[in-house]
Design a protein around this ligand. Structure first.
Ligand code: GLN
Length: 542
């Protein structure tokens, strides 16, 4: 029988509930259980595709084309599984389904109400993986914090699940702050948060505390007493350098054993060695590699946020660790180069540059300038989606003498639209059908033998995930190739350019896809792998 691990949060948002959920799942997986994960997002959007990255972080793309909260990325990376889009549930999806059923007369004669009709729809969705019969554990993270209006029906639904006989354990993740003036860790916010949860009818089985330092016995006793749980069920999750070490932090506190005991499950074989060795290995590296991400989704109020590019950063880490290097990622706001072109020479201090995905106009010309600088100064370059489109624009302008070349997204009137709409996108945009209509999910590409990209993948046909509306305009392929740009991968019908490279450069590779979504710890993505190899070479030249 499948068991559900429900993870809720309290006190503040941004606690790392996603990492906590992924790490609990990982520890169960390392003990031989089959684990998957779901994310509940209480917003009204049907998916994350229409959200601004600076507000909500990166949009994660699944193999089957879902546009989802970045937490799903943590689950895929930690568990090394591919999670389908129906593992994301939002208020928009749930209400949409209930209203549609009501209109179709599915509830004829009944008053349709939040309880039971909306909660039933939520439970139906949470129980869907159970019907696949492939899993021992389903992790279910509920977004937001306890006390928010918007997640109340989701909490009510998971409360009912236990009553209805599902095997359920509730985890509550909270924050234990240290007040500067006192220098003392305070448990009161945790006590209040659990009190709120119990008012809803959920008694947590475990409380996971996020804090700077490991929780001491005094605070543990207090939390246990006020939250109505055993001391051993208060799990400390204090800050550590490497997120991938969190499962081991839980293992030290025998979390898997405690979960299995509560569910009356038998101990399975365990295989922690590979994961432990991986974490230990990373601790001992001493050589650094400096990678610059030239983007624009960094500023939020007066703070800087890297969440918009989280999968790119993780993919850099995976590839750098594989080469025994410590990755040092610098965020470079491309708008800087537009105002101060002399700043471009600072790129020389980096071992490699990435231009990641993006939408809209702001900072575009700064990115093109940075790409030109990387091309002309032999700095390893990796372009991802928009990063490939702008590399083609730059090459057309400066190496093919098409001065006015541009992407139609940037300049609607350009006489040389080297990047243009994918044909079926024209009607979609005219009809304002913006939700879930990009070219989304995994698509095949056929790689050209003898190219660097073919060499890196070691295969003729590969699948990477996509999220875009524009592409290389087929009318310009010949002129670009005549000028030595190589399209090293195309869609199987030969129409879409999926990969490009410049042969006379230490590493100038770009793709229309987002290979960062398939990078995993100990299994770096081939393009990132090649990029870090080239960056390492450059760092040794210094
Ligand atoms: N804005 C570009 C497009 O829609 C690139 C998208 C991306 O980088 N994901 O094609």
């Amino acid at each position: 029988m499948v068991s559900y691990i429900i993870v809720t949060g309290g006190v503040v948002s941004g606690l790392g509930k996603g990492i906590t959920t992924a790490s609990i799942g990982k520890i169960l997986q390392l003990h031989g259980y089959k684990v998957t994960a779901m994310k509940i997002d209480p917003y009204m959007n049907c998916d994350a595709g229409t959200l601004r990255p600076t507000e909500h972080g990166e949009v994660w793309v699944t193999e089957d084309g879902g546009e989802i909260d970045q937490d799903l990325g943590h689950y895929e990376r930690f568990l090394d599984v591919s999670i389908p889009k129906y593992h994301n549930i939002t208020t928009g999806q749930v209400y949409g389904a209930v209203i549609e059923k009501e209109r179709k007369g599915k509830y004829l004669g009944k008053t349709v109400q939040p309880i039971p009709h909306v909660t039933d729809e939520i439970k139906r969705r949470i129980r869907k993986p159970l019907r696949e019969g492939k899993f021992d554990f389903v992790m279910v993270e509920i977004g937001g914090t306890v006390g928010d209006y918007e997640n109340v029906l989701f909490l009510e639904a998971v409360r009912q699940m236990k009553l209805e006989g599902d095997k359920v354990l509730y985890f509550h993740v909270t924050y234990v702050p240290v007040l500067n003036a006192l220098g003392e860790a305070k448990t009161k916010p945790t006590q209040h948060s659990v009190k709120l949860l119990r008012e809803i009818g959920i008694q947590p089985d475990f409380v996971v505390t996020r804090s700077d330092k490991p929780l001491d016995d005094v605070r543990r006793e207090k939390i246990a007493m006020f939250c109505n749980i055993q001391e051993e069920d208060v799990i400390s999750n204090s800050d550590i350098d490497n997120i991938y070490a969190v499962p081991l932090l839980f293992e030290e506190q025998h979390l898997c054993k405690k979960i299995l005991n509560k569910l009356n499950l038998k101990k399975n074989h365990n295989d922690l060695k590979t994961w432990k060795d991986f974490i230990t290995k990373i601790k001992n590296f001493d050589k650094k590699i400096k990678i610059g991400i030239v983007g624009k989704y960094f500023d939020i109020g007066s703070s800087q946020l890297s969440d918009s590019y989280i999968s790119v950063i993780e993919a850099v880490k995976h590839a750098a660790w594989d080469k025994n290097l410590i990755p040092e990622v610098q965020w470079i706001n491309s708008k800087v180069f537009e105002k101060k072109p002399e700043m471009l020479s600072t790129l020389d201090n980096l071992d490699g540059i990435i231009v990641p995905g993006g939408f809209g106009l702001s900072g575009i010309y700064g990115k093109i300038d940075a790409i030109r600088y990387a091309r002309e100064h032999n700095i390893p370059y990796l372009g991802l989606c928009l990063g490939m489109q702008l590399a083609v624009v730059e090459y057309a302008q400066n190496a093919c003498n098409l001065k006015d070349a541009n992407s139609r997204e940037v300049d609607k009137k350009t006489t040389h639209p080297v990047i243009d709409f994918i044909p079926d996108q024209v009607n979609i945009i005219q009809d304002s059908r913006y939700g879930a209509t990009m070219r989304l999910g995994a698509y095949p590409a056929v790689l050209k033998k003898g190219t660097l990209v073919h060499n890196l993948y070691g295969k003729n046909k590969i699948y990477e995930r996509h999220r875009h509306r524009y592409e290389v305009n087929p009318e310009y392929v010949d002129i670009l190739e005549e000028n030595d740009l190589v399209f090293s991968g195309r869609s199987p019908d030969g129409v879409l350019m999926e990969f490009m490279e410049l042969p006379d450069h230490p590493y100038f590779v770009a793709t229309q896809a987002h290979p960062e979504f398939k990078s995993r710890p100990m299994k770096p993505s081939p393009l990132f792998d090649g990029f870090i190899k080239a960056a390492k070479k450059k760092s040794l030249r210094k």
